[in-house]
Design a protein around this ligand. Structure first.
Ligand SMILES: [Zn+2]
Ligand SMILES: [Zn+2]
Length: 410
């Protein structure tokens, strides 16, 4: 509890100086707001604010651990859910390392079963493998590789929204979540009225769920001799995406990876040997039928892998839930002490969350139980093991919020 009081005090100081930064969503008076308080991690929601000044002074006074607003617009946002009068909702996408597979999670993520104490490394299972209970406590670290992967997924999503859905860049805003990922908000008239099932269809499209390559041009033509045809790199929508995904696999994969698609060793070797030629020629036209020993079954497997690679790993629930609360821009994330930020000029490629999202200034002395190596700004810290240390406040707060360190009273 002492640690919580300490973090709350720091958050309060931050908001006293920086609440001017808080950026409410458009039509802020039609939104529901929710907050997680430091005290017992209690959630308060169904709040509404008529203007930005009211919102700022509420946050200054309460200094919440986390602050959210609804993706939805309501007639009466402060009423109970059934009386709110839903008017529509922004289309929201969540791209978070929690839902994206990264190899580094095995090194930096941990979980413990609060029922029986079984623990493990990597992504937490839903049920405890020992006692089957669902009381798993996760200890997820925010790491650069994970955030880079989340960024890549966001870039793929933006490409799909623009080239397949016809949305414009200026109809979306990209936000760093303050922890392990990015949020994308689409606020255009075309999407605001979409129902849950309509949003579900968009999710399925973006994930490539149930996409059958046969319906996207991969065909065996029966004639005197069997011939195989498929989509071209420049085809629109999933056809071209599928072709580009296949091209990337065949021009990059090692022999052993190709064999996983059911190719024989000699067929896989031939592809690797012909690689330079294939890389150049297939840019002009994919010769689907030209690879000996690659039958329709193998093609199908390769195409399915291409779909997985080219899809954007969005969180299904966040997009389909039309009553969802999403983090408020320029508030602090209680898991890290980092700022929730809008990515400026939509230049995601150049965005560095470990530099731009820092909130705290000055120095703090802390006792670090255990922490992996991490970077903030230009500086690399750790790894640490059972030591007292004076660190820049942003680094100190990150470790304290993550439960890896405690403040030292001097
Ligand atoms: Zn257990
Ligand atoms: Zn990672």
């Amino acid at each position: 509890l002492q640690v919580e009081d300490y973090i709350r005090k720091k958050f309060a100081e931050y908001y006293m100086r920086n609440s001017y930064r808080i950026k409410p969503p458009p039509q802020m008076e039609k939104r529901e707001y929710g907050f997680i308080l430091f005290k017992e991690k209690m959630m308060i929601r169904h709040k509404s604010f008529g203007n930005v000044e009211e919102l700022k002074s509420f946050i200054e006074n309460v200094a919440p651990s986390d602050a959210y607003h609804s993706a939805a617009y309501y007639l009466k946002p402060e009423e109970d859910m059934e009386k709110k009068g839903w008017l529509g909702a922004d289309l929201i996408f969540d791209l978070d390392a929690d839902h994206i597979e990264t190899p580094c999670k095995k090194q930096h993520d941990k979980w413990v079963c609060e029922n029986c104490g079984t623990s493990g490394k990597g992504q937490a299972p839903e049920n405890c493998p020992a006692c089957q209970q669902m009381k798993i406590k996760e200890e997820a670290w925010l790491c650069e590789q994970c955030l880079e992967k989340a960024k890549d997924e966001t870039i793929k999503l933006i490409d799909m929204l623009i080239s397949d859905f016809g949305l414009a860049q200026n109809q979306m805003s990209i936000h760093f979540s303050g922890h392990r990922g990015y949020h994308l908000h689409v606020r255009s008239e075309e999407v605001i009225g979409l129902s849950e099932s309509e949003r579900r269809e968009i999710v399925d499209y973006i994930l490539g769920t149930g996409l059958d390559p046969v319906f996207h041009g991969l065909l065996v033509k029966k004639g005197k001799t069997e011939s195989l045809t498929g989509p071209e790199l420049t085809d629109p929508g999933w056809r071209g995406r599928l072709a580009r995904g296949v091209y990337e696999i065949l021009t990059k994969a090692e022999e052993i990876e190709l064999m996983k698609f059911g190719l024989t060793k000699s067929a896989a070797r031939k592809i690797v040997e012909k690689r330079d030629e294939l890389t150049v020629n297939w840019l002009k036209k994919i010769e689907w039928g030209s690879l000996s020993g690659v039958g329709f079954k193998a093609w199908r497997k390769i195409a399915e892998k291409a779909v997985t690679n080219k899809s954007a790993r969005i969180d299904t629930v966040v997009t389909t839930d039309i009553h969802r609360l999403i983090r408020l821009t320029e508030t602090l994330n209680g898991k890290t002490g980092l700022r929730v930020l809008e990515v400026k000029d939509k230049n995601l490629e150049a965005f560095d969350p470990f530099k731009e999202a820092l909130a705290f200034e000055g120095e703090e002395t802390i006792y670090i139980k255990e922490a992996p190596q991490f970077r903030l700004g230009e500086e690399t810290y750790g790894p640490y093991q059972k030591q007292k240390k004076e660190l820049p406040a942003a680094a100190a707060l990150l470790l304290i919020c993550k439960g890896k360190a405690v403040p030292v009273n001097e």
